[in-house]
Design a protein around this ligand. Structure first.
Ligand code: ADP
Ligand code: MG
Length: 605
């Protein structure tokens, strides 16, 4: 294969793989065991990078998961009184790994179920709580050796080989780290991975694109717990001794430092973070007693200060500082599949032109004493553009939230395509063909435009975690990306596929949201102020696009303040004030309606 055919990902994996293979040859023996520890830390940190850096969930409890698996391994390998039904597991490291993993995942599922629904500060506090309680549990349980722990763990035996030398374990540890890195990179570059990354754009956006955010959170959480469990198994066989201290909250915080210092959300940052924090600690332990005397715990103090300094200096972590300095190998970015390649995604059956697809009946929404929507009734047909207008605070966004099932009406009914949908959730209505954009743009600024838009096609793909991790999802993935590319070309952003979405102008970001909504193959599109921030030419292009969608039979409901844009485009206008309907009709009728002129157009001038 010519280097030009290698993706940056493959190339970086090959380089790191080569460096790892050379490790024991060039390193002195005492360094090999240090590098083994770094590998184990890197595995835990990698999980944390996925969980905290990518998915945005802060956890200080990873060390406790390492502990569950390390203790399971230690106990199974040393206990002489295993019950009969478990006796077979005592001698087998594979059984220890499997049982440790299962136990960790069971505890993680339980804790995840309890804590992942918590928001804001409660999640990290929850992880601290379980980190502390598991730590004390390890120290308390008699059969786990209390505070002295479990010693005398026999060396690891795999495939008839005894791995008791540092360099033998080295290859096992680093092979597993490399596998975990590849799995994580594959995951991030997939449908499931995009759903996990979408969590940072706010749950509202992700759910409206059909992502089951709870499931995505739990997936990230369980992958992180799996890496921690494998690390625990390796730890038990590397140290041949387990005691509570390495699984304390303090260690949980150290893992967080490694993730932050290495590179928040950067896969390779796990290796850098684990290495730099370990070497930094080692170096301080060696150096400080010479400088400051042997009494006192100066290294912890200086370590803390250095961490603060590093976070100030390189807030994005070492990887984000280092990566622009690495040689640029002039590798082509993987091109998005061309419109001509492969099969297309299946489209949903479209409604007949003129069929009523949205029917809102007497919807009222109260917030305490405030009636934000009062007894509203309206309907939208396939192939029609309806504008909802009204002064600020009239209740337009509230109405949109009821329609997209982000919020539930206090009373009244909403029927979409003949089915009553009020009371369902945003994900369900997205699945039925209603797609929306947001008044305040919600996208992932550091993801590419193409990836952002592909989130919209989430429900049209089917590959899950396993196929993503093993890269068996390429066909499905090509179809999703091809759809994203097609929609981007359609809205006029075809030249921006691989740029970061955050670098687009605000008007373009709004257009990106329309492409993302179109990726869901909707029959009703809800657009909240789509023309805000657009230049004159861009508004014309947007109006042309909406006309084209209408001609294809799509129904569009839009909230918009730009009257020139609205009046020249839409079929009907629905006017609201103080949560109530004050007029409804053709654009030319509305422009002459005295009540509207009084309430809205008059007020605006
Ligand atoms: P518009 O989009 O037409 O500008 P909104 O639908 O955002 O208006 O708001 C209508 C009214 O409902 C406003 O008075 C607003 O303060 C109130 N409102 C909207 N959402 C909430 C909420 N979640 N809780 C309380 N009041 C709300
Ligand atoms: Mg609004």
């Amino acid at each position: 294969m010519k280097p030009a055919n290698l993706s940056p990902k493959t190339l970086s994996i090959l380089c790191v793989g080569l460096a790892i293979a050379l490790g024991p040859i060039v390193l002195p023996e005492y360094q090999v065991s240090q590098v083994n520890n770094i590998g184990i830390f890197a595995l835990v940190t990698l999980g944390l990078i996925l969980l905290t850096g990518v998915a945005g969930m802060t956890s200080f409890g990873q060390a406790a998961f390492v502990g569950i698996s390390a203790y399971t391994t230690g106990y199974l390998a040393t206990s002489e009184q295993l019950p009969d039904w478990l006796g077979w597991a005592g001698a087998s490291p594979w059984a220890a790994l499997a049982i440790g993993l299962l136990l960790t995942l069971a505890v993680a599922t339980l804790l995840g179920g309890l804590t992942l629904k918590l928001s804001g500060h409660y999640l990290p506090l929850g992880t601290i709580a379980w980190g502390l309680s598991l730590y004390y549990l390890f120290g308390t349980l008699e059969f786990l050796g209390g505070h002295t722990g479990i010693s005398g763990i026999p060396p690891l035996q795999l495939f008839g080989l005894t791995l008791d030398q540092g360099y033998e374990l080295y290859y096992l540890i680093w092979a597993l780290v490399l596998v975990a890195v590849i799995v994580t990179l594959n995951l991030l570059d997939s449908r499931e991975g995009r759903a996990i990354r979408a969590l940072r754009g706010g749950q509202l956006m992700a759910e409206s694109m059909g992502v089951n955010t709870y499931r995505s959170k739990l997936l990230a959480f369980l992958v992180a717990a799996t890496f921690a469990a494998i690390a625990g198994w390796l730890y038990a066989y590397t140290q041949r001794f387990v005691a509570p201290a390495p699984f304390s909250l303090q260690s949980g915080i150290d893992y967080m430092f490694m993730a932050l210092i290495g590179g928040v959300g950067q896969v390779w940052g796990a290796l850098l973070g684990a290495a730099s924090v370990t070497f930094l600690k080692q170096w301080l332990q060696d150096l400080l007693p010479h400088l400051l005397g042997k009494s006192g715990n100066y290294e912890s103090i200086v370590f803390g200060l250095l961490i603060v300094w590093l976070m100030q200096k390189v807030p994005g972590g070492i990887w984000s500082w280092l990566s622009p300095k690495l040689p640029d190998w002039k590798i082509k970015k993987p091109a998005a599949p061309g419109a001509e390649s492969g099969e297309k995604l299946v489209r949903r059956p479209q409604p007949q032109a003129g069929e009523v697809i949205l029917d809102v009946r007497k919807v009222t929404r109260r917030f305490g004493g405030l009636v934000a929507n009062n007894d509203l009734s309206l309907s939208v047909k396939a192939g029609e553009i309806l504008a909802v207008i009204g002064p600020n605070g009239a209740g337009k966004s509230t109405l949109f939230n009821q329609l997209s099932c982000v919020d539930t009406p206090t009373s009244g009914e909403i029927h979409f395509r003949g089915v009553q949908v009020n009371g369902r959730n945003a994900r369900q209505i997205a699945g039925q063909g209603l797609s929306r954009t947001f008044q305040h743009v919600k996208l992932l600024p550091t993801m590419t435009v193409l990836e952002n838009v592909a989130i919209g096609a989430h429900l049209r793909g089917e590959c899950g975690f396993i196929s993503a991790a093993l890269r068996l999802d390429r066909k499905d993935e090509a179809k999703l990306l091809q759809e994203a590319r097609y929609q981007l070309e359609r809205v006029g952003l075809g030249n921006y596929l691989h740029v970061e979405a955050g670098s687009l102008a605000l008007g373009q970001q709004r257009i990106l949201e329309i492409a993302r909504a179109l990726c869901a193959d909707p029959c009703l599109l809800l657009l909240d102020e789509p023309a805000a921030g657009l230049r004159h030419m861009e508004k014309q292009a947007l109006a042309d696009l909406l006309r084209k969608l209408r001609a294809e039979g799509m129904a569009v409901l839009l909230v918009e303040h730009d009257m020139d844009f609205v009046m020249g485009l839409v079929d009907r206008v629905f006017v609201m004030e103080f949560g109530q309907r004050i007029a409804e009709g053709l654009p030319e009728e509305i422009q002459k309606n005295p009540a509207v002129l009084e309430a809205y157009l008059g007020g605006a001038e």
